[in-house]
Design a protein around this ligand. Structure first.
Ligand code: BTN
Length: 252
């Protein structure tokens, strides 16, 4: 995949721009990076707060040749890539199904994959936000979110850290995308994801899906990345989309 980089000081959303570029025919490998977003988007219509230089705001255009049923694995593949770059900087990340990157049970990054039809076929935009600095987080946010600065010996965060992080992300995404694109790549990505997520197996969780909240224990993922949940009544439910939260042990 040939990488082309477009960088902006300020933009509405790197995902919105990447979607636009894909519809205009951009090849796969186009990456959009901004120092600040004015309309950063998260999953479920949420806002992704994107203050200047406080995070990496990144999107890449992909034109995957994999079977449609495995498209959700693009999110998992991206999670693997983000996990691995954080490891490179000495952090101990976890992946909360399906796309949240956590360190010490706090969110440090998120992934928003969106698809669009184009004249050249289907394009997938993978948007990735990674928190670099959180010194100005309010106490409520500091309880649920964290940053590289907060979770590391942050002496390596200098003025060019954004570029270092972006280069490392592009390298890792390229590797994992190659893995996904080869024959039986879906099984390999499932395997790589499973090795990096404590949510893969045996985790007590609540899952909000549509208007239901389910409680159960995770029991692996399906070949397409859906989560298998063992409910209290013993039945298995396959979760295609939903918001997972861990059930904390009660301390009396
Ligand atoms: C989530 O966890 O809800 C996903 C967050 C994704 C945020 C990134 S930042 C770069 C890209 N542009 C956006 O507008 N969103 C994604």
């Amino acid at each position: 995949m040939k990488i082309t980089l477009l960088t902006y000081d300020i933009i509405d959303s790197t995902n919105t721009e990447a979607l636009k570029q894909a519809r205009m025919g951009a090849d796969e490998g186009l990456c959009i990076i901004a120092r600040q977003q004015t309309a950063g988007r998260g999953r479920h219509g949420r806002v992704w707060v994107s203050e200047k230089d406080a995070g990496l705001y990144f999107s890449i255009v992909l034109r995957p040749k994999i079977e449609m049923e495995y498209l959700p694995l693009i999110t998992l593949m991206s999670g693997v890539a983000v996990h691995d770059i954080l490891r490179e900087f000495g952090l101990r990340p976890d992946i909360k199904w399906v796309n949240d990157i956590h360190v010490n049970n706090k969110k440090i990054g998120g992934i928003l994959a969106e698809t669009t039809e184009t004249d050249k076929g289907l394009a997938v935009i993978v948007g990735i936000g990674i928190n670099i600095r959180s010194s100005n987080y309010s106490p409520e946010i500091a309880d649920i979110a964290t940053s590289i600065e907060n979770e590391s010996d942050n002496t390596f965060i200098d003025d060019s850290f954004h570029e270092t992080l972006a280069a490392s992300l592009i390298r890792n995404i390229t590797v994992q995308y190659q893995v996904l694109s080869r024959p039986a790549g879906h099984a390999a990505i499932k395997d790589e994801w499973s090795k990096r997520s404590t949510y893969f197996m045996g985790k007590s969780v609540n899952v909000m899906t549509g208007d239901e909240t389910l409680t159960g224990i995770t029991e692996g993922i399906e070949d397409n990345g859906s989560l298998r949940l063992r409910l209290i009544d013993g039945n298995i439910r396959i979760i295609h989309s939903g918001e997972v939260s861990r059930v904390r042990a009660k301390i009396n």
